[in-house]
Design a protein around this ligand. Structure first.
Ligand code: SF4
Length: 472
């Protein structure tokens, strides 16, 4: 485990108010999800999950086909598809577009994919102003922080934190009433919408048979982002494609329920191409940036590539006992919780944070709530295997390897095994309840010491099982 990962976990565990904020917010989302997916409310919930899994499996198994179909249909409606390999290619495309159109101000709606490629930071580095318009994302942009949760990015901030932040960053009188804080943000952001040259959004789904980008949101800011500026750029991972518009019926029933416990989100927008003749609003130019950024690395692995089925609902975070203790910022990349633990090592490489697949109790709760039935515990176990193989390749854990070799040798030589047993019995302690607890550091420090103070080895028997068997 890296020092940074370890430190952040300890800091989060030691912060009582943060612990309460995480536990309360995730608990609320979790309870609401349970209510709206209950059998008496949504009797076909399990069937929908099975269908969603089958649809995603089919799409990922035929990804090239559906991406080409999506591209053809986007272009048929007057839009353009741009394939980007990584973060640099995304920012280069937007920078070049802004330069050609003389754009200076960009508004953005919530998008984990743009967080993934640090798009704001890259654009601002080149002198562009890029403003987040989702309230939670806007709060985080002012605070210079990354999202804490993939659905509720500012989940860790109280209204008092936001009040302090707005007072300092926006030079306004301190308000602590949530509605008033929202109005302050709205006042600033309306101006930005009216002046922006480019609107950048993410995409919840890309529909192959109609070339449409589907956006699911509650605040209406994504609608303004994609319709007020003259140019709309949607940035999406290649796995967001689904075959047909009618498949949305399955995913829309699951997404809002799993994410926020709503039956449906407030706005669902279907965007296909730029404004047509006779239409009163919409952009003049429409681009869809399809991002790889490590995703195609998963495709050859038929088992682990189910990680690409994710619809970013966040349900696995809300139910995960580990996320609910260590929070979102302990994780080494923008994706946190169980989904972060499986996609970060696969997108970024297993060496990015080898401890990540081990940051799980393997209780299975994440897999049980996942609306697309990703078997997250299975993928975690496979990734643990990959970490061990990597460590073996890199010659790490030499002592562990040596210990296992000695162990294997003893276990495959019965006489040696018996001698070792006799030797162990002769040096084993009497089992008076004190031996383990008196072990030297590091075994006898911190939580380990507390745990060991309650336990001890039983007294060793005078005869081994083998001896008793021989003499029976
Ligand atoms: S892995 Fe499943 S539960 Fe977790 S965010 Fe993705 S779709 Fe939701």
């Amino acid at each position: 485990m890296s020092v940074e990962f370890d430190q952040k976990i300890h800091d989060t565990l030691a912060n009582a108010s943060l612990q309460l904020a995480i536990y309360t917010a995730t608990g609320r989302l979790k309870e609401k999800r349970i209510e709206v997916t209950a059998e008496n409310v949504l009797p076909d919930y399990q069937e929908l999950r099975t269908q969603a899994n089958a649809l995603k499996k089919h799409t990922i198994d035929n990804l090239d086909h559906y991406l080409e179909e999506f591209e053809r249909n986007v272009e048929a409606y007057g839009g353009k598809v741009v394939y980007c390999k990584d973060a640099t290619e995304v920012s280069d495309f937007v920078l070049d577009l802004a330069k050609r159109r003389g754009s200076k101000l960009i508004v953005k709606s919530k998008s984990m994919t743009t967080e993934e490629v640090d798009l704001n930071e890259r654009l601002e580095h080149h002198g562009l102003e890029s403003v987040e318009t989702d309230l939670g994302e806007y709060i985080l942009q002012l605070a210079h922080e990354k999202p804490y949760h993939i659905v509720a990015p500012a989940l860790h901030k109280t209204r008092y934190d936001v009040a302090d932040l707005f007072t300092k960053a926006l030079h306004v009188a301190r308000e602590t009433v949530p509605e008033k804080l929202t109005l302050i943000a709205r006042g600033v952001l309306r101006e930005k919408f009216l002046k922006a040259d480019i609107g950048i959004s993410g995409a919840n789904f890309l529909i192959a048979d109609s070339g449409a980008v589907v956006l699911v949101e509650n605040e209406g800011n994504a609608r303004l982002t994609t319709s007020a500026p003259k140019i709309h750029v949607a940035v999406a991972g290649i796995e967001k494609v689904i075959p047909r518009a009618r498949d949305l019926a399955v995913f829309l029933k699951l997404l809002a329920r799993s994410a926020t416990g709503q039956l449906l989100s407030v706005y669902t927008s279907f965007l296909a191409g730029p404004r047509r003749v006779g239409e009163v609003d919409g952009p003049e130019e429409f681009y869809v940036v399809l991002l790889d950024n490590g995703r195609t690395r998963l495709l050859p692995d038929r088992s682990k590539r189910e990680s690409l089925y994710c619809i970013r609902c966040g349900a696995c975070l809300n139910t995960c006992p580990v996320y609910r203790k260590i929070g979102g910022h302990s994780f080494p990349w923008v994706y946190s919780g169980p989904i972060g633990a499986i996609i970060t090592p696969q997108f970024m490489g297993i060496s990015h944070e080898p401890a990540l697949p081990f940051a799980s109790s393997l209780c299975g709760a994440c897999g049980e709530v996942c609306p697309v039935k990703i078997d997250i515990p299975k993928v975690l176990l496979e990734l643990r295997g990959d970490v061990k193989k990597m460590e073996a390749r890199e010659g790490q854990n030499r002592m562990e390897k040596l210990a296992f070799r000695v162990f294997a040798w003893v276990m495959t030589h019965p006489r040696i095994y018996e001698m070792a047993g006799r030797l162990a019995a002769s040096v084993a302690p009497a089992g008076d309840g004190k031996w383990i607890g008196s072990l030297p550091a590091p075994m006898s420090v911190g939580p380990m010491k507390a745990w060991l103070s309650e336990r001890d080895l039983p007294p060793s028997p005078s005869k081994s099982f083998r001896e008793m068997w021989r003499n029976r």
